[in-house]
Design a protein around this ligand. Sequence first.
Ligand code: RIB
Ligand code: CA
Length: 289
Amino acid sequence: MKNVIMSVDTGIDDAMAIYLLSKYINIDYIIATSGNSYLNNTFNNTNFVVKSLNLDIPVYKGSENPLIRPHFEEKYHGEYGLADYRAENIIKKENGIVKLIDSLNKDKYTILSTGPLTDIALALSVEPSISDNIEKIIIMGGAFHLNEYGNGNINNAEFNIYYDPEAAKIVFKNNINEYIIGLDVTMDPKFSMDNNDFNKIKNNNIPGIIIKLSEYLILKHKRLYFHDPIAALCLINENLFKFIDADVSVDNNGITALKNASGNINKKIAIDLDYNGFKSYLYDKIFNE
Ligand code: RIB
Ligand code: CA
């Protein structure tokens, strides 16, 4: 596959998504947006992750805040957004949203979004015609109340959508080929790691940063959910997922719901993932290879 862009708010599971995807696919560049932490932190963290994994992927800076709301800190992923790491401050002036618009003006791209949708919404608002060149977009976001896991992880909403609901509204309104991976799938405990699982892999020959990030979340929150790597998995092999075709609504509190589809809505909402596929394409690829 060629022409792949990631939009991230690194973040522990964003880091794992970068690691996983890079094992399968060439990533052209990454845009860091604010979300899990301030933009400076998510940008520095992304550069740090890329360097620690010996990858050669350019990283650009996106938005400092949601479209019309202030940034807020959740600190779920640590003081500076990446466990106990304090990444080196990197200065880079080229703007990620301008870069995204330029790329999509020239060629077709697939986008994997594992953070708030702010940068993609901005690019689409500034230059709506670029939507024709988005081959597909895979979005980690939303909680659709399809089962007991899809009830939200922050005030009944899912974090990425809650952080910037207006951006999500803009992206969902576009008739782009969208694959939406929400908490209904990613918070199913069988797709997560607990302390017992961690003890089985902690001495494997995998990058130290991956071990440290996993350990941090397990010690702090008892369980590591693979939200963002599961979205990356959808890019690697979408046949492992079951989807329904539906439209999506977002309210002002970031709460997502399915709407009946009329006409060609081009949206696929994940409702299930094959366990053996998850294990071999994601879990073992990260921890047992
Ligand atoms: O709700 C899950 C999302 O928010 C993921 O992208 C993860 O990185 C988190 O902070
Ligand atoms: Ca994320």
